[in-house]
Design a protein around this ligand. Structure first.
Ligand code: 6GU
Length: 233
């Protein structure tokens, strides 16, 4: 199982999104587990402040080291040494390959744990990076208001790659990126919806022709929107 331990000043953000569908079922099956810690609970100052002004100037505030160091110490005393991932636009880009590495479990009886640290404000005091953070991960080239949504995306995508998390109806096969091409268009009943028709080729049961059509469509759509995936920038 994978135990995701989140560390954030807004632990409530994690409550709803992890209680649906594939993640909920993975949790019920004992494939994943969640614990959410509030950084503010570890503050030692009277006002429970978690941020402070930046040395050398600059706009905004940074997350201060004390509550994060103490929270991580507390979590590690509870569970032993755990890899800590910090979500930041400065991190390594999260890709299928990286997700598969994080999701990999050598056998089903071991518990793998991650501390997922979400920053807010302008970021974190660099000593947190230097002494506590094992990996910095970004979910894409844009700026979020905080790391919580990135943590949730990490949890969602890693969970999908845990053996047994997907049912028969869902599958890792044939999805966008699995063969570096985007997915082909898919249709369900009815074959004619208000005059909008499903491509004829999909209706005639010629599997070889259908496969060719699907690959052709994958190439077309990938060329159109993600040439970079084809190795052409
Ligand atoms: Cl992980 N955090 C924030 N704040 N912004 C991001 C991001 C993470 N990944 C992309 N943009």
């Amino acid at each position: 199982m994978i135990h995701f331990i989140t560390l954030s000043i807004f632990p409530q953000i994690f409550e709803s999104p992890l209680n649906y569908s594939i993640i909920k079922r993975a949790k019920d099956k004992g494939l994943v587990k969640f614990s959410h810690y509030n950084i503010r609970d570890f503050t030692t100052n009277k006002h429970k402040n978690v941020d402070d002004a930046i040395y050398g100037g600059g706009a905004g505030q940074l997350m201060t080291p004390q509550p994060i160091f103490d929270a991580v110490k507390y979590i590690k005393q509870e569970y032993g040494d755990i890899k800590l991932i910090f979500f930041t636009p400065k991190g390594r880009r999260l890709t299928t390959n990286l997700v598969k590495e994080f999701a990999y479990l050598p056998d089903n009886n071991i518990t793998k744990r991650f501390i997922l640290l979400s920053g807010r404000y302008e970021g974190i005091d660099n000593r947190i990076r230097e002494y506590l953070v094992d990996e910095e991960v970004s979910i894409g080239d844009y700026i979020l208001s905080g790391g919580e949504f990135a943590s949730l995306i990490f949890i969602d995508t890693v969970t999908r790659y845990i053996e047994g998390a997907l049912g028969n109806k869902e599958s890792l096969k044939d999805e966008s990126f699995n063969d570096s091409l985007l997915e082909y268009p898919q249709y369900t009943r009815p074959a004619n919806f208000r005059g909008m028709k499903v491509p004829e080729i999909l209706l005639n049961g010629n599997h070889k022709k259908i496969k060719e059509w699907q690959i052709q469509k994958q190439i077309e759509i990938t060329k159109k929107v993600r040439r970079d995936l084809l190795g052409e920038i």
